[in-house]
Design a protein around this ligand. Structure first.
Ligand code: FAD
Ligand code: SIN
Length: 518
């Protein structure tokens, strides 16, 4: 088995991982390991924008209040304070590094999204904000000679000895190797691929959460999954996101009878919180016996639409939907997980030497429901903080590699499980059907029982990306289901039809670790 030694290991090259790497670079050598090409990440596909209190009409305190309100009582207030107060500095710095946001004249342009009381969402190239963040961060990273990158390399497990993390097992060129590091930052993003309908890219299989769980990390808030109301629903089309900013700019939701319906469900209509809009869509789909509703922007000027949403316009056109003339068929899809690896405000987990930032982490900043466009900001603010605190491990001694005996298990070179694709589909369907937008005790117990039947595969050996991902998807699916069963109440993104109230213990947070088992 090949061994690599570095000062700092960053796993993931989305907004959080890249920002952490930049902060670490002054303190030693940094290796950024990433599963696919460096840009492949949720960050790259982020559309609506990045929320930040920088406009003349806005204040940090108002951004704080909107975030707390969206989180439905479960945000950690100190984490939100850090996010909104440090956000402007992180954005200014990014602009200095070359990020170009859209402007009206010389001033930054801000759009509106659901549950924001101000226009505070910065965007780039209309609807390609994430791509611009990824581009500018990656070019900064490339310019720093203490940062190296290892694409197409998959973190399989962490190297942990006596409660301290010293790096990770990495599958590279079909061989397992060990990367030893003084500190490790997990920035592997979300887990949307655990659901059969998702806006997330293929890399979002919950790897970081599962890897950390196996190593003994504490996970929190795993029941809180955010479903985006509007993903494209067209034959043989991907579940492409139709940004909430379209509703912010006036797009209307209509059922298949061409009837607008959102004002019957919430006073903020199209701009109600995402969970409310997603459930309203499901309700309309059920009452009209259809698989979708429509998003209608056709009353807006076609020039405006093409200029403001160029990527959405051209993508939909590829699937025969001209958004300047046609209503767009949409239905909800799994989009974001509020829960993850529990960290403090500096990204530290309960395992020494292991830090986490971005969607894989749970700082409590989003509570039970994330305010739109707060996650790119979270990646910048908490990526920076995780990098800064991981940098304090400079000079820590590394133990002798012989102590990490698990390598032998990895050497046989193939997956133990033959029908990986079938099992992946099985898991994703169960998650969508039974652990989705509307859950109940019966559906969750059925999901739990079905997952329990295949649980033995968690002990199999995997040596391919698809196999490793399957193990992680099953682990994360079990964790989400377990947390959702435990929370007997409805709050934020977690809705149970058998407990529609918040429940008396709503303020209790659900934490899970491998000491309790699955
Ligand atoms: P990611 O950007 O997902 O990066 C994760 C990285 O980890 C990737 O490089 C991946 O390849 C790598 N990785 C994963 N597993 C492994 C492994 N085992 N080994 C090695 N590498 C691994 N948020 C907003 O704030 N505003 C928006 O407008 C917005 N729009 C969105 C639109 C879409 C379509 C989607 C999917 C999400 C959107 N979000 C938005 C959410 C936001 O994009 C993500 O929450 C955020 O980008 C996550 O950043 P991250 O760095 O934590 O993870
Ligand atoms: C969107 O553009 O609708 C997604 C924004 C987000 O997920 O924060």
């Amino acid at each position: 088995m090949q061994d690599i030694t570095t000062d700092f290991l960053v796993i993931g090259s989305g907004v959080a991982g890249l920002r952490a790497a930049i902060e670490l670079a002054g303190k030693g050598n940094v290796l950024v390991v990433t599963k696919d090409i460096p840009t492949e990440s949720s960050t790259e596909y982020a559309q609506g924008g990045v929320a930040v209190a920088l406009s003349d009409e806005d204040e940090v305190g108002i951004h704080f209040e909107d975030t707390i309100r969206a989180g439905d009582g479960l945000c950690r207030e100190d984490a939100v304070k850090v996010l909104v107060e440090e956000g402007p500095e992180r954005i200014r710095e990014l602009i200095e590094w070359g990020a170009e946001f859209d402007r009206e004249g010389t001033k930054l342009a801000f759009t509106l999204e659901a549950a924001h009381s101000r226009r505070r969402v910065l965007h780039a190239n209309g609807d390609s904000t994430g791509k611009e963040l990824e581009r500018s961060l990656l070019s900064k990273v490339i310019s720093i000679n203490t940062i190296s990158r290892l694409p197409f390399s998959i973190a399989a497990d962490l190297l942990v000895k006596d409660g301290r993390c010293y790096g990770a097992y990495i599958l590279k060129d079909a061989k397992m190797c060990r990367v030893f590091a003084r500190a490790t930052v997990l920035a592997t993003g979300g887990a949307g691929q655990a659901f059969s309908r998702t806006t997330n890219p293929a890399v979002a299989t919950g790897d970081g959460m599962a890897i950390a769980y196996r190593a003994g990390a504490v996970l929190e808030d795993m029941e809180f999954v955010q479903f985006h109301p509007t993903a494209l629903y067209a034959p043989s089309a991907p579940q492409f996101l139709l940004t909430e900013a379209m509703r912010g700019e006036g797009a209307v939701l209509k059922n298949i009878a061409n009837k607008p319906f959102m004002s019957c469900y919430h006073q903020q209509a199209e701009l109600a919180p995402r969970d409310v809009v997603s459930r309203a869509i499901i309700s309309e789909m059920v009452s009209t016996k259809s698989n979708n509703v429509y998003l209608d922007l056709t009353h807006k000027d076609s020039g405006f639409i093409k200029h403001r949403f160029p990527r959405i316009y051209s993508t939909c056109l590829r699937y025969d939907v001209d958004i300047t003339r046609d209503m767009i068929p949409v239905s909800p899809a799994a989009h974001y997980i509020m829960g993850g690896v529990k960290t403090d405000l500096d990204g530290a987990t309960n395992i020494k030497g292991l830090y986490a930032a971005g969607e894989v982490a749970c700082t409590g900043v989003h509570g039970a429901n994330r305010l739109a466009s707060n996650s790119l900001l979270e990646g910048l603010v908490y990526g920076f903080r995780a990098g800064r605190s991981a940098a304090s491990e400079t000079g820590r001694e590394l133990p002798d590699g012989r102590y990490f005996g698990k390598g032998a298990i990895f050497e046989n070179g193939k997956d133990d499980v033959a029908n990986i694709e079938e099992v992946r589909t099985f898991v994703r369907r169960i998650m969508w059907d039974r652990v989705g937008i509307i859950r109940c005790g019966v559906s969750l117990s059925e999901a739990w029982d079905k997952f329990s039947e295949i649980k033995p595969l968690l002990d199999s050996t995997f040596m391919t990306r698809r196999g490793l991902e399957l193990r992680n998807m099953l682990t994360v699916s079990l964790l989400i289901t377990k947390a959702a069963l435990n929370r007997k109440g409805s709050i934020g993104g977690h809705y149970r039809s058998d407990f529609t109230d918040r429940g008396s213990e709503w303020h209790r947070r659900i934490t899970l670790s491998n000491q309790d088992g699955l």
